[in-house]
Design a protein around this ligand. Structure first.
Ligand code: SAM
Length: 391
């Protein structure tokens, strides 16, 4: 496909997404009906679509319309590309930009529009990121870095870097924690590399790793990952305890790949159904990596930024509170309850913890940490809670 034809394909996919179709679904459907597209075409089109979605608001201003075509005109302009060369109308390229379209194009207004944050969310975003809110918003217009966790059950960080290098992948250490690596070359090869297939590295954001690294864990501790999902943190926990970790999720199908991932990583993980929780309790540590807005990882899943509403945020707050309360019942008297989100918003972080502590005077906050996109990671939050009187 020509570069112009790729832009036209991205326009069509974006129009479907703007009508409400999930991004992944729109991309897959397009790929199925476009067998002529090779893997490089599909990758380039995917990049266009995600770049446009991250900057949906500012690019609509720059491109003169909140349509697939407007976003792509805006994107090419923002990236300093040749708009008239790509919008040539030749072959499968989009039609040339009209005078009317040119007249509507303008620079995004400073603040929420330039930062690509919905207006209702902007005060909350500012409350969380302070004077650097616009800078953080602009970082979120760009692609997220690819981070790996060196699996200490199989190797160390230097060993992981060397094994990746043998497969043509360049990675450097990331300061977030002792296991974190950032891939600087060959990102698309990682999932096929021997280092990955042998379980030496896992795909995991550096701050997500740092959360697990910060947990107070004694060797041999009995740990439960209460919201295990795909098991990214379960595996990191197992690498730290070097013992068995129990994994639970209200939607157990989300953990379906976990046994295979654990085998590859050499980690001892046992899946636990909801009915078995009380039988297995108490635990020395219960981690609740709760469902949230995902505001810390909107670079990877940008539709979430535009789909979030005040009502959904409030609903999430209730769910987060309910999970924390239930998980607290499973913690041993001298154990630890850890609350984590991949959000940067106070509503889902400090506010939830404060409400929990107000309703549970027997618990106290023993440690709190947060990471934002300004740290070169996804945004994450961690609160470590212990019972009053426990060191
Ligand atoms: C943020 S994701 C977990 C990501 C995972 N810990 C990781 O690192 O890959 C949140 C998970 O919580 C689960 N969940 C939702 N409601 C829950 C509940 N009431 N109890 C336990 N898990 C729940 C969801 O199914 C989802 O898999």
């Amino acid at each position: 496909m020509t570069p112009g034809a790729r832009v036209q394909a991205a326009i069509e996919i974006l129009d479907e997404i703007l009508e409400g179709r999930p991004a992944e679904q729109a991309l897959t459907t397009w790929a199925r009906r476009s067998r002529f597209a090779g893997s490089k075409d599909r990758a380039a089109i995917r990049d266009h679509v995600f770049d446009a979605l991250r900057g949906r608001r500012s690019l609509a201003a720059l491109g003169g319309a909140a349509t697939g075509r407007g976003l792509m005109i805006g994107l090419v302009r923002a990236q300093g590309g040749d708009v008239d060369g790509l919008f040539s109308g030749v072959g499968h390229a989009p039609e040339p930009v009209t005078e009317a379209e040119r007249a509507k194009a303008r620079d995004p207004a400073p603040g929420a529009e330039a930062a690509d944050i919905p207006d209702w969310l902007w005060p909350r975003f500012q409350a969380a990121l302070g004077a650097r809110a616009e800078e953080a918003g602009r970082i979120m217009q760009t692609r997220a870095p690819l981070h790996l966790r060196a699996n200490l059950l199989r190797t160390d960080r230097a060993g992981a870097i060397a094994a990746l290098a043998a497969g043509g992948i360049k990675a450097v250490t990331h300061p977030a924690c002792e296991t974190a690596l950032e891939v600087t070359e060959g990102a698309r090869q990682v999932a096929r590399s021997q280092a990955y297939l042998d379980g030496l590295v896992e795909l995991q954001d550096a701050a997500s790793q740092a959360i697990v690294a910060r947990l107070p864990l004694q060797p041999g501790a009995r740990a439960l990952d209460y919201c295990a999902g795909g098991g990214g943190k379960t595996l990191a926990l197992a690498a730290r305890t070097e013992g068995e970790v129990l994994a639970h999720d209200a939607a157990p199908q989300r953990m379906r790949d976990l046994p295979e991932r654990a085998a590859r990583a050499g980690a001892k993980v046992r899946l636990l159904a909801t009915e078995g929780l009380d039988r297995e309790a108490p635990f020395d540590l219960v981690l609740t990596d709760v469902p949230c807005s995902g505001s810390g990882s909107w670079r990877r899943a940008p539709d979430g930024k535009w789909a979030l509403t005040p009502e959904r945020l409030a609903e999430l707050g209730h769910l987060q509170q309910a999970i924390l309360q239930r998980a607290a019942e499973l913690v041993a008297a001298d154990g630890v309850l850890a609350y984590a989100t991949c959000s940067m918003l106070h509503d889902e972080n400090g506010d939830v913890v404060a409400d929990f502590l107000a309703a549970h005077p027997d618990w106290r906050l023993s440690e709190e940490a947060h990471w934002t996109v300004l740290d070169g990671t996804d945004g994450f939050f961690l609160a470590v809670l212990t019972r009053v009187g426990v060191k």
